[in-house]
Design a protein around this ligand. Sequence first.
Ligand code: ADP
Ligand code: MG
Ligand code: MG
Length: 372
Amino acid sequence: IHVIRKKTALSGLPDDPSAMENGSETSSFIGYSAEHLKLIEVIGQGRYGSVWHATLREREVAVKIFPNHYRNFFINERDIYSLPFMDHPALLTYFGCDERPGPEGGTELILVLSYAPLGCLQDYLRKSTVDWSTFCRMSSAIASGLAHLHTEFSKSEKGRSKPCVSHRDLNTRNILVKPDLSCCICDLGLAMKICGSAGGNEKTGTKSLNDVGTLRYMAPEVLEGAVNLRDCESSLKQIDVYALGLVLWELGSRCSDLYLTGVETPQYKLPFELEIGLRPSFEDMQVLVSRRKSRPLLPDKWRENQCVHLLRETIEDCWDQDAEARLTALCVEERLKELPIIWERLKGGNLLHTGVSPTVNLPTQTATINNN
Ligand code: ADP
Ligand code: MG
Ligand code: MG
């Protein structure tokens, strides 16, 4: 156990806890001084540093440690977490940051965040299937977290505002599972504030818009280097929604209740793992996703009913080849919230199992109209 000895207050936290408007978690958080931070074990090793399970006073937290040469990513992530209105159940809570002596006389930079004991969604899905209600809870949390990031809040009565934020690296390793089996989005290391849509951000060159994220989750226009820079805000949101589609596919493919009775839920697979394996190159992805417009197959062993139909449509409308035809995150959130209601209605009418034999058409409203 490594105890941080430096006696500085975590700079993200004000001295007076009542000054925090960030909701209960932060305001009940007493004793900010970094000497109370104890690292327990590494829980994540990312590209730009490591993430530790730690305690700060008695509270469990996650600590993301960046080596000094990745200061830019640290500053970026810290600045995004420090924006107003970033307090949301589907985002991590930000407790503060610090700079401290690191190994070999260097400096390391730390972010203190809320801890998600069940780890990232990808590891969770590898080990467990999810039932229908968990699927609904997880997917709508992810969509609501993304919708919240994407939403701009113009000046409130206190003069605070939040720009639209694009995540730019949404994938199931950057989504964490919370104890109530909902999810939250993490890793804002590549996230970007988008202030005004015209022309985008001066600081952001074309290259960085086209060139970030996780290869497997890159939208066709990113792979082609053809992101529409004239409406930078919409383009970046559409890129996130494409990745959201893949995430929903991953979740859905591990949802046991979506499969027909008696069909075993298949093992977890990454998006495109079946098509292209574990180590695709950039060119492989270009050919597959941009040129051949290929997408992960939606399971043919899923039930066929109105609810599953809407889910299929929602996923397909997220990863549309035409970026402008994609849904907004807010719209995905709304559609996903409808699903459990439709499901219950079908269940009440004993209609969940339709599609056991695809040749049998149940008398739906449309069928009746057609017969007339
Ligand atoms: P990187 O930018 O290096 O990818 P992340 O913020 O994505 O860093 O963290 C890396 C991994 O650490 C995540 O994929 C996840 O498994 C784990 N992790 C990150 N934050 C937390 C947290 N707050 N609680 C639990 N696990 C976390
Ligand atoms: Mg990450
Ligand atoms: Mg990252």
